[in-house]
Ligand binder design. Structure first.
Ligand code: SF4
Length: 442
């Protein structure tokens, strides 16, 4: 009998991509082969995201397509994984095309659930765990360039920002054992990987339960010490707990990348309070000052929500002025999208009209374009150590890579190869890319 195949399609954040790699590993352990050809698959998994309404709409559209596809492939099994499975439970379970639903903490149960499905029944496990970290499961590397990989260091979130579903879909915060994280990083380095990104909903809350003094700063330092050729990144940080201790460690090690993603969400203290972000505009600016003082060459990126409940034009102007003051290098920008059962949905009116949200979002995007371009122009003439990770999409004669600040840099290939570190002097730029050429450093 030929080997069964599973196709995994992932929506949403990096954590979800990392989870799909755990799922891939569990499926391999029960003799499934991973395929990138949906037509070959016996099982299709959609690993879903609930963060915004349009993320769920995309999955619903995909399910409608798969429903028709399944009519011609009656043996095909379709599983819905991740946050939508957790949030919608019965509602999505009753969807005709879906054979199984599995929440983010229940992937170890996949072999049992698939047995149930093979016996002709539907199956579900959406139980959230207080301990599950999949610590010892070695993820299969999907989307593999052989250079960069994600390592999940913690799961869940207990910050309860009023707009966010994550605490409900991913449950209690828990940290993975340092030993398994460090071993995974060492193993990746030995396999030729040169860049790892430590992932968690709020990495600064990392704390090992058997030794509470082993916090994120200590973990980051332990990873940096594996080898100077292994670069380390991390995401995401919460502004309320980005400490000077952490910033000093980032400054100390050349291989800890000088790029911090620090979601601000709004520049107005009034709106931040309503969002339950637990910091003010002044606190955020104080942290930015600390970053710029301790790590002068550090890039800062952010997330911004336009049109949260009750946001006035003055609040919106506060966001624009904070963006100017910080000079973000990059930003992910969205219109507020109410999520059912969150505190915001229960207590506040989603009262900013859609056309105003759109207008504010456009202004935020426009400003960010200028800021990104200004930041890149400021890099012209500087030299960066770039880790080459692919052939440029526009020319086979060029390589593309990232500098420590996480900016994309394109340069002539010459005799350089993917996975090389190359010193590149920047000669030109767009708002999205730095362009340069290799230089020898004496
Ligand atoms: S920190 Fe806030 S926005 Fe981020 S996952 Fe937790 S609740 Fe959601």
């Amino acid at each position: 009998m030929s080997q069964k195949k599973v196709f995994i399609e992932t929506y949403g954040c990096q954590m979800n991509f990392s989870d799909s790699e755990i799922v891939g590993s569990i499926m391999k352990s029960i003799d499934y082969q991973l395929t990138t050809e949906i037509k070959e698959a016996n099982v299709i998994f959609l690993n879903t995201c609930s963060i915004r309404d349009n993320a769920e709409q995309r999955v619903n559209r995909r399910l409608r397509e798969l429903r028709s596809y399944k009519k011609n492939n009656p043996d095909l099994k379709i599983g819905l994984l991740g946050c939508m499975a957790e949030r919608l439970k019965e509602q999505i379970f009753n969807e005709e095309a879906v054979d199984l639903i599995v929440g983010p903490d229940a992937y170890r149960d996949l072999p049992n659930l698939l047995n149930t499905v093979d016996s002709g029944q539907k199956a579900a496990n959406v139980i959230l765990s207080e301990e599950e970290t999949y610590a010892e499961i070695e993820p299969v590397r999907l989307d593999n360039n052989g250079i960069s990989a994600f390592i999940s260091i913690m799961r869940g979130c207990e910050n309860f920002c009023t707009y966010c579903v994550v605490p409900y879909t991913r449950g209690k915060e828990r940290s993975r054992s340092p030993e398994t994280i460090i071993n995974e990083a060492k193993d990746l380095f030995q396999k030729g990987y040169r860049e790892i990104t430590l992932l968690g909903q709020n990495v600064n809350s990392y704390q090992w339960e058997d030794d509470k003094s082993f916090n994120f700063t200590k973990l980051l330092e332990s990873i940096a010490l594996i080898n100077p050729l292994l670069r380390v990144r991390f995401a995401t940080s919460h502004p309320k707990d980005i400490s000077d201790e952490l910033l000093h460690i980032i400054a100390k090690y050349e291989n800890i990348c000088k790029a911090i993603h620090l979601p601000v969400q709004s520049g107005s203290s009034e709106v931040l309070k309503k969002m339950n972000r637990k910091y003010t505009r002044e606190w955020y600016m104080n942290r930015i000052e600390a970053i710029k003082t301790i790590i002068p060459d550090c890039a800062v990126s952010t997330d911004i929500i336009a049109g949260f409940c009750g946001e006035t034009d003055e609040n919106h102007q506060d966001t624009l002025s904070l963006m100017q003051m910080v000079g973000f290098d990059y930003a992910f920008m969205f219109k507020y999208s109410e999520r059912p059962d969150t505190v915001a949905a229960k207590r506040f009116k989603d009262d900013v009209p859609d056309h105003i949200k759109s207008k504010r979002l456009e202004e935020i995007i426009e400003l960010q374009k200028h800021l990104s371009l200004a930041s890149n122009k400021n890099d012209i003439g500087k030299t960066f150590k770039v880790l080459a990770d692919s052939i440029s999409k526009r020319s086979k004669l060029k390589l593309s890579g990232r500098n420590s600040q996480n900016k994309v840099v394109v340069f002539p290939k010459e005799d350089y190869n993917i996975a090389d570190y190359v010193n590149i002097k920047i000669t030109d730029c767009t708002s999205a890319t730095l362009i340069g050429e290799a230089v020898l450093i004496s």
